[in-house]
Design a protein. Sequence first.
Length: 72
Amino acid sequence: MSLTIPPDDERRLESLKKTLGARSKVEVLRRALDSLEENIVREKQIQRWRQATLLAAPQSAKINREFHRARF
């Protein structure tokens, strides 16, 4: 498979290749794909944490109120 890359993107690839010290444009693309996949995994994890927080927050607040009433 081959890709037709517009000139602007070609320049970006070359610039990133130099900046990253990559051996090829393919290496730059692989690293970009790896980074994108990591970001997606991280975003999904953050979404799961947010959902869990929303589910746990009411019970947590109730327990905290009871704790403070009992101690003070």
